[in-house]
Design a protein around this ligand. Structure first.
Ligand SMILES: [Cu+2]
Length: 332
């Protein structure tokens, strides 16, 4: 693939992700993707989901990603795998495993997992066998009910994020959602968040990375950007994948300390944000709880500190982040 093709593919990927995730492309974005996809392409799958399919045309079009295990004829299916591995297929409208995917953000498949209590976030990149089976060292780090999100673009189709629950047996230790905070630490790095996410409209979120009190100004490109931000909604783990403004090498985007995003939350409530950034050859994840809209929305944990001027923002969460934001966990 030559550079021009790759770049245009990347740009298209961005547009599709935004359009599909937020629906904003439909309203204001001149490069919004085609709104219609060939829903009739999967005419043969009525035997197991006729009623559900009716909703694909309307409801699914404006849903956040990750809520559906099957959408627009594509279905996420975990398959048996040896201990220590996680494997799955995506079946297409013809019922067979999809083997043709477009590259988006350097990869054909992005697999994101988090426990239902929003702990244990991981973002990994499986390898596909010729039969369409994707395999990866299992990112499911311990017992619990996990949500696995497959974020991909089937060749010839729209970008999709499908989600499926996977249970890892063992003693469950549920964790309350950490309180909202505007600063967190991971592996010696401090990441601060400026901006307030809003339900139903776009807000600017700026994340700043420092280490030892010094701004980090040499972030490294990771998957074609200086940062990747995933937001998961508390309660149903609706999935939002947000890409930053600008990209490495565009002549205006600096490699830190700030990475800024435009994000629109689909509803009021609490979200967990996960920022993947790369420095020193290692990808790390900084996590925040944020609240869009009313801070008294159901399920929103009380803030532990009010980050007023002159007061250092509450660092990290009161409940230990053990097993959460694990340093250096395997992105590749
Ligand atoms: Cu990825």
């Amino acid at each position: 693939m030559n550079t021009a093709t790759k770049l245009s593919g990347f740009a298209l990927g961005l547009a599709v992700v935004f359009g599909a995730t937020y629906g904003v492309g439909r309203v204001a974005d001149p490069v919004s993707p085609p709104a219609e996809v060939p829903h009739d392409a999967g005419g043969g799958h009525g035997d197991d989901g006729g009623a559900g399919h009716a909703g694909d045309n309307g409801a699914a079009a404006h849903l956040p990603g990750g809520l559906l295990v099957s959408d627009r004829g594509y279905t996420l299916r975990p398959v048996d795998a040896p201990a220590g591995q996680f494997a799955f297929q995506v079946t297409g409208p013809d019922g067979r495993a999809v083997t043709a995917y477009d590259v988006a953000h350097d990869k054909r498949m992005h697999l994101i997992v988090a426990r239902r209590d929003l702990s244990g976030f991981r973002h990994v990149h499986p390898e596909m066998a010729p039969d369409g089976t994707w395999r990866v060292d299992s990112p499911l780090a311990g017992p619990g009910v996990w949500r696995a999100f497959a974020d991909f673009t089937p060749t010839g189709g729209e970008a999709l994020t499908l989600g499926v629950d996977v249970t890892v047996p063992g003693a469950l230790t549920g964790r309350p959602l950490p309180a909202p905070a505007t600063s967190t630490t991971v592996d010696g790095y401090t990441v601060t968040l400026a901006g307030t996410p809003q339900p139903g409209r776009t807000a600017e979120l700026t994340l700043s990375v420092s280490r030892g009190g010094a701004p980090v100004t040499d972030l490294e490109p990771y998957l074609g950007a200086y940062g990747h931000l995933v937001a998961l909604r508390q309660g149903d783990l609706a999935y939002l994948h947000v890409h930053p403004h600008g990209e490495p090498g565009d002549g205006r985007t600096r490699p830190g300390p700030e990475v800024s995003f435009s994000a629109e939350m689909p509803s009021a409530g609490a979200y967990r944000l996960y920022l993947d950034f790369k420095h020193g050859g290692v990808v790390r994840t900084a996590e925040f709880t944020v609240v869009a809209g009313s801070p008294t929305a159901p399920g929103v944990p009380a803030a532990t500190g009010t980050p007023t001027a002159g007061t250092p923002a509450a660092t990290s969460s009161p409940t230990a982040d053990a097993g959460h934001g694990v340093p250096g966990h395997g992105h590749d």
